[in-house]
Every structure is written in structure tokens, then in C-alpha cells.
Ligand binder design. Sequence first.
Ligand code: ZN
Length: 236
Amino acid sequence: MKITVWNEFRHEQSDVKVATLYPHGIHGAIAEPLRAIGHEVRTATLDEQEHGLTKEILAETDVLIWWGHQAHDIVEDRIVERVVERVLAGMGLIVLHSGHFSKVFKRLMGTSCDLKWREDGEMERLWVVDPSHPIVAGIESPIELKHEEMYGEFFDIPTPDEVVLISWFQGGEVFRSGITYRRGLGKIFYFRPGHETYPTYHDKTVQKILSNAVQWAAPADVPALKFGHSAPLERG
Ligand code: ZN
């Protein structure tokens, strides 16, 4: 499978703590275990030309993974449209953590995608609420992440097609942290954990969920679709 991992790659360049945690960038940490299981993975970042998401690159991407936070507004609208178009045409999309506020995700959801948050390093416990879902194949519930940022409900999203994981935080909040949507021919998975100052993407269970998600989001084999006026197949 051909995967593109997109990261805005800003925190790693301005925050020593993040750079130490992710010396090859968050994109590098996400890409590496996917490469290790045989996927063809490229990375793309905000400061590359066309944010590293040229038409050619997107055309040959089966699944795009998106991490963004402080620079959502800098992502060019024409690139956002390009990504959205590819999702509608069947490319899989996995949106991580603060990507809930990315232009791409908001555009595909049509709602504010706002939520509550608190950066206190609380424990996050993720409960599998759809045990037979392929995204949690082989995953033991609950998953515990010792330190994470809190995201709390209400999460202003359209009702998901599926809720696969629900998080509980030490402070008492809960959150729909693993959810799926279909838009056009594309499959979308939003996965909550992954604040930049915690080692979340080094966690083996998180890596396993991402590799399952990539598999789940793979484009279907769809013959060319026909729209518009259509002659009847039978006459009289
Ligand atoms: Zn965060």
C-alpha cells in the first residue's frame, strides 16, 4: 500500500522537548513502523512546495495520514480542495489528534469540530466499544497512555458512522476518540491521541491501531462510475 504521512513539522523545529521525543519528526515516527511492515511510505510537510502534496503524489497515495496543530491556517485552500477531492474519489484519510481542527477535516465534516481540552499530562484510558471492528483487531481493551492531553466532549462533529474507541481521562471527561466516516468513496478515521510533547507515537498499541487503520481505509476497487442521463437497459 502507498501511504503518505503529512505533518506540519513546526513543533519539532521550535520546541526542544518535541525534537528530542521525535528526532525524525512526528511524521518520521509514524512512517517508520508502517515501512517496517512493508508499506511504501513517503512523508510530506507544510514547508515543502505545495506542502508536499502535489497532484502526482496524491494521485498515487492510497491512504493519507494527517498531523497538524499550530499552522492549520497556513495550509493553502487549493491544497485542501485537492485532498478533499482525492478522499471523495476513494483515498483513505487518517486524521490524528489536533488534526480535528485542520481545514481538511472541518471541510469534510461540515461542523466546527470544536472540543474541550486541557494540557495537564493526565492518564488517558481508551476503551474499545466495537470489538469486532478491523481497526482494533488484536487490540486489548482498555489501552492506557500514561500522559496525554485531555480532549473532552462535546466534540462538535456529525454523528460518526462508527465509534470504535472512547477515551476516559483522569480529570473525568470522556471523548469519542476513534471514529469513522465515509465521504464519497473515501474512508476516514479520526484517532485522538498524539499530543506532540508525549511519546504516544512510539507506543506499540498506537502503532498497531494505525497499521490496522491504514488497512481499513485502503481504497476499494471501484469500476468507473456513470452519472447523468442514462438509457434504459430494457425496452418495452
Ligand atoms: Zn495536542
